[in-house]
Design a protein. Structure first.
Length: 335
């Protein structure tokens, strides 16, 4: 007999207007708020040169990100890099889609988890679940991916009266600019999965299609740049599989995907990570299993393993409220 399941149709939701938020549109930095940014990092300087070179040579600059870059107020910097044609693909997770939608719709996001989870209110918000899940179902029926469907929904003329802040939506900008934006989901990761309207067939299919769109961009990564900003699990794992697929197809065509640049932005202290980094990721050395860096996927997959035979990698350590504006400031100063 099949296992018993909870009946999510019985979940009670509340309007977003009832919720207290820890972030508003006022926390999103303006493009001119760069005077106080003085982040000195030699690796960032080299990375920016690689990004500019990729842009000038019409190569890929792929940005894989978790939700924290958005939560630290960087939406306008990312959108401007998209508008300038620097960033060619945005890949992210379901949490980013939720925060992006709520900011565009409500002007606020980031609920107090500790407070709302006590009595089952956490995540059970009417509009977030209804609009995002409706967009996913629409995309499922139209053959569109998860990310594109969210962007179309936020930027829709029919819903413009409901999205007073869509100008700071990364998803809406991607659709407007024709830049692929892909969402790489795990079922149960996001509050929209709790909602009575969640259609897991649609969620799985649209996110699966996004994975193939992402892999197609990775297929063109030779000579380009791959940035992983704030994603410690999803980003490295999705990138690793997509790169293997891309290299499989490239080999069949007599091509290679080896000469590219990767970069990880995070706050984890990797120490002198370049010293003996090949040894740290060697699982046959028992000592490595006591090294916390071995379990940090961005280090293992992005900084070491996938650039061993022709690429180069960089690690930018720091808070995203500083490192992303610093990246943006340096890039726009050279274009």
């Amino acid at each position: 007999m099949p296992y018993n399941k909870i009946d999510n149709k019985k979940i009670r939701t509340l309007p977003l207007s009832f919720r207290q938020n820890k972030m508003t549109v006022g926390d999103i930095k303006q493009l001119y708020e760069l005077d106080d940014i003085d982040f000195q990092n030699e690796e960032l300087d080299i990375l920016v040169q690689r990004i500019i070179a990729a842009h000038n040579n019409q190569k890929q600059v792929i940005l894989m990100m978790g939700a924290h870059p958005l939560r630290r107020g960087n939406s306008r910097f990312i959108i401007d890099l998209m508008e300038r044609g620097i960033v060619t693909h945005i890949a992210t997770n379901g949490a980013t889609a939720i925060h992006d939608f709520e900011l565009a719709f409500l002007g606020g996001t980031l609920e107090d988890v500790d407070f709302y989870v006590r009595d089952g209110k956490f995540g059970n918000w009417k509009e977030t679940g209804e609009y995002i899940n409706r967009a996913i179902k629409w995309g499922y029926n139209k053959g569109r991916g998860f990310g594109e469907s969210i962007g179309i929904m936020i930027s829709s003329e029919e819903l413009s009266y409901l999205m007073p802040h869509k100008d700071i939506s990364i998803f809406a900008a991607a659709v407007r600019l024709g830049i692929p934006i892909t969402v790489h989901k795990g079922i149960g990761y996001d509050i929209t999965d709790q909602h009575p309207s969640a259609d897991f067939s649609a969620i799985g299919k649209t996110s699966g299609d996004d994975f193939l769109v992402f892999a197609n961009s990775i297929r063109k990564l030779e000579g380009g740049v791959f940035l992983n900003i704030g994603s410690q699990v999803m980003g490295p794992e999705v990138y690793l599989k997509a790169l293997s697929m891309a290299r499989n197809l490239a080999r069949q065509d007599g091509e290679e995907i080896k000469h590219f640049t990767t970069a990880v932005f995070d706050i984890v202290d990797l120490g002198d990570w370049r010293a003996g980094n090949g040894d740290v990721v060697d699982c046959h050395n028992p000592a490595n299993l006591q090294d916390s860096r071995y379990y940090f996927r961005p280090f293992k997959s992005i900084l070491v393993r996938t650039v061993k035979d022709g690429g180069e990698s960089f690690y930018i350590q720091g808070d995203f409220s500083v490192t992303i504006p610093a990246l943006y400031k340096k890039v726009i100063s050279l274009i």
